[in-house]
Design a protein around this ligand. Sequence first.
Ligand SMILES: [Zn+2]
Length: 449
Amino acid sequence: MKEVKIFNTLTRKKENFVPISKNKIGMYVCGPTVYDFPHIGNARPLVVFDVFFRLLNNIYGKNNVTYVRNITDIDDKIIASSKEKNVSIQFLAKEVTHAFHNDCKYLNCLKPTFEPKATEHISEMIEMISNLIKNKYAYEKEKHVYFSVSSFKDYGKLSNKKPEQLLAGSRIEVSKYKKDPLDFVLWKPSEKNDPSWDSPWGRGRPGWHLECSVMGEKFLGKKFDIHGGGLDLIFPHHENEIAQSRCANKVNNYANYWMHNGFVTFDKEKMSKSSGNIVSIFDLSKKINGQVVRLALLSSHYKQPLAWSEKLINETKKILNKWYSQFEKVDSDDLEDDILQSLLDDLNTPKYISKLHSLYDESLKGSKSSKKKFNKACNFIGLLEEDNKTWENFNKSTSADEFVDERIKERNKARKKGDYRLADAIRKELENKGIVIEDTENQTTWKYK
Ligand SMILES: [Zn+2]
């Protein structure tokens, strides 16, 4: 059986992935808080964990992998955003969830096995809080319930920091009811007119971290294999999830492997709402084919930061324009194992993409089987699954000149290296597009037929 390696945030090591049970793989990834249109930073975990889901499906079989991605539909941010936009919370959550689903389709992501919503799990959250209070891991004060961080000795293990370092390094909510500044809220009263539910501690609503503990357990069990999300979720969100779940469920481990993707940056600045550097996926979808965005998001290793720029988009467009010339509909289920090597190694997508480039060159040289192999390998990471005619319609605005110049450069490189088969294949590729090239002594020119 193929073996996958994962860099585990919890141990800070690359480890062989050993599932709890080979026919019951569980992966939980924190989903969106539906308060505003998802942006390109939100798109990265979607695409990264989608490829990882495809890989797990390939190794363990589609029916043996459960992928859970939640929707946070009650939260301070949603309440604030609904007031700002002057719409109801329910309306806002529904609209943004709808937009999010369109974005997932646009990015060609498979549907997760389950997509539970926080508001559908309030009673289970109340149950978990009661359990934590009963066992002295949490306390009530003035209709608020807090988790007592000092009651959990492993707090800070995921971030690899001591409590005092955590406290110094981040903005912690201040409250006069907390016994310790690191304690975090499990339940709090709602303000007038804000959504609220009955509980033993009065009408109110849950703290954000609780929902993932509850839904993780409901769909995957008290212990499961993989938990994923963006780097910014390590502390406090994931640290708090671990504390809640391990104390409530009396287990010595919650998720065995923790995977975190890096940020998407603009001009080397972390993308955040406050810096105004937001590109919504919806805005991108009006201008760029989703395949371009998908490939661009996979061009860096998932743990590394990804610099989002016009240049990246244009270069990715050129690559796909080229690749689509070898498009063919194929049955992608029987992919040769050797192709997956780089993905098995902690989802090394840049290495996989360079393999796609060489498979493309092979397929240009002509044999039917190499063309199939190239298409299957593209399909595996969710590329080239749509008809190339649609692609061409979408790319009418792409500059043909640039494309031809690029290809001529590639051909000259091949000739220099003595790879005349590839050079010939590129000539034919251009011929099929109605372009004739001519070599003179020191340069290559081209014209339309
Ligand atoms: Zn979460």
